[in-house]
Design a protein around this ligand. Sequence first.
Ligand code: SF4
Length: 425
Amino acid sequence: MKFYLETYGCQMNVSDSELVSSILLSAGWEPASGIDEADLILFNTCSVRKHAEDRVLGRISNEKHRKQDNPALKIAVLGCMAQRMGKRLLEPGTGVDFVVGVDQYLELPALLNQDRGIEMDFDSQQIYPGLKPLHGDETCAFVTITRGCDNFCTYCIVPQVRGRERSVDFSQILTDVRDCGDKGLKDVTLLGQNVNSYRWGDYNFPRLLRELNKVESIYRLRFITSHPKDLSDELIDAMASCDKVCEHIHLPLQSGNNSVLKAMNRKYTVEDYLLLVKKLRAAIPDISITTDLIAGFPGESESDFEQTLQAMRDIQYDYAFCFKYSEREGTAAQGFPNQVPEEERLARLQKMIDLQREITLRKFSTQIGKTVEVYVESLSKKSDSQVSGKTRDYKIAVLSGSRSDIGTLKTTKVIKATAGTLICA
Ligand code: SF4
């Protein structure tokens, strides 16, 4: 029996899909080479924005016709949307046979022996101990170090669907990272909704980084996501002193206005955030800083929004993931007064994107003439004589090379830049 798994949303879902693949493989399932030969289609879904959910519902609706040719075919919905919508996904006409929450993947093989069903728990402490993910990528790996979130940002559905924060056993993380290096996955990213609050016995996140930095078989260590309220001096110190920890941090600002940050329950001010940026740049001069920003949060005035644009100009992010506010059922912000009209959210989003594009191009252009180290991840999509990969500071780079360079570090010179790619020699 063959399965086909489609993944939506963040890297946490990519990592969870690797766990699911591993569970199905151990239960005797085989991966299908395409959706056409699948006996089971799984959608690992995201609930962060309404658009992400609508996309998956559209995909399921497009694929359910396959059951006419293959009545044995089953469709399963996993992940955050499964957790949020639950039984509603099993209503007649949806085409869905199984719904499995984010902490019930071990139950999946038994559930598949039934005709239809649901597995869900809203108070789980699951960390999938001892389970080896089936890494799909040949060169880079994601290793989950925390699951869930305790922060309850008022716009975010994650704490409701992924439960309370818990950390993975240090020894399991160490084994996973060593295994990645041994298998040739030399660029490892530690994952969590807020990695900075990792805690296992005496191990906090800076200590975890220092220990993993000793793993000889990997070249690079990264982490996402950092909550500004938990970014300590100790962590900045560890980042600066660990040679494998790359010069990049993803530090979501969300808004440049203190009243909006308060309404978002972010627990820091713009001034706190600017101080962190100053400390990071003092300790790691070439650090690249990326962020997440939301346009049109309820109550955000035109001048509040202008402050976000000003923060972007002041901080000069290397890249920013810009979103318009998306109202989510079950979040505190859903009931907030003064919702910003949709057209206004879109107009503000466009201003953010345009500004960031200019900044990114300028930042990338400052790299021209510099020598950079690229970890080669794949052949370039545009040319057989070029390969692509990432610099230590998380910029995509294209350079001369061939298939044999994949998985190796190359030192090269930047000769050109676009607002997204460094073109190297
Ligand atoms: S830190 Fe805030 S935005 Fe991030 S997952 Fe937790 S609640 Fe959501």
